[in-house]
Ligand binder design. Structure first.
Ligand SMILES: [Zn+2]
Length: 238
């Protein structure tokens, strides 16, 4: 049966391993960010081009409809002119036809401009998609490498976490709670061996009375200066 201190130190050892794994994972992050960053920039450009193309396509469809309507109007007026009974009606039909033709001419030139813009934006889109494909090929090896490293660390992490869960069960609930809170606050070790008469972490001298209790009862005590848990190593517990 392990003593309370042994159980706590075993738990801390597991946490040191977990922290090491977390640091290894964190080291991969800049690489992932770099890889993702380049890809995201291209994806953003593709999204912008796609949206621009959609806008032009809508304008194009709308304009084509209107041109068709106006051409129909021209046809109607042309037909009306064939059957007009007087000059007045003929003049009116001719005027309407002329106006419709002017409108269609403007619309045709607008449509040409839209078609040109659409061609440009589709050209950019094709380039950007090419860039994306090239980048994905270029990043393939790097991404596989990162994923493999992540996989190794994840496996080790799962193992370490399982071990930690077992180790944590060996520590009394109230002490575990204290330990976890200190560890989270400090993001580092929570349990320190005393260094002579002082806290092993902050070197603040511990009053003799408390030291005496710790040596005689193997008690784990809290450093009032820095808040870590302290214990006497057996060598000092003579
Ligand atoms: Zn301290």
């Amino acid at each position: 049966m392990a003593t309370e201190l042994q159980a706590l130190l075993a738990l801390q050892e597991d946490d040191v391993i977990i922290r090491g794994l977390e640091e290894r994972l964190a080291l991969l992050e800049p690489r992932i960010r770099e890889l993702d960053g380049r890809r995201t920039r291209i994806l953003d450009a593709i999204a912008r081009s796609t949206a621009a193309a959609e806008v032009e396509e809508k304008k194009q469809a709308h304009l084509r409809d209107r041109i068709a309507e106006h051409k129909l109007l021209i046809e109607k007026n042309k037909a009306a002119m064939d059957v007009v009974q007087n000059i007045k009606m003929a003049t009116a039909a001719a005027a309407q036809m002329e106006q419709a033709m002017k409108i269609v001419a403007t619309e045709d030139s607008d449509l040409l401009a839209i078609n040109r813009r659409l061609e440009d934006v589709r050209g950019s889109l094709a380039n950007q998609q090419g860039e994306l494909a090239a980048l994905e090929t270029e990043q393939e090896a790097a991404r596989a490498d990162v994923a493999a490293q992540q996989g190794v660390i994840d496996a080790e992490m799962n193992e370490a976490m399982a071990k930690r869960t077992i180790a944590a069960k060996e520590v009394a609930a109230s002490l575990l709670d204290k330990y976890d809170r200190i560890r989270k606050r400090k993001m580092a070790d929570a349990v320190f061996a005393m260094r002579g008469m002082s806290c092993g972490n902050c070197d603040t001298a511990i009053p003799m009375q408390r030291r005496h209790v710790m040596t005689s009862t193997e008690a784990i005590d809290l450093c009032e200066a820095c808040g870590v848990l302290m214990y006497f190593t057996p060598a000092e517990r003579v």
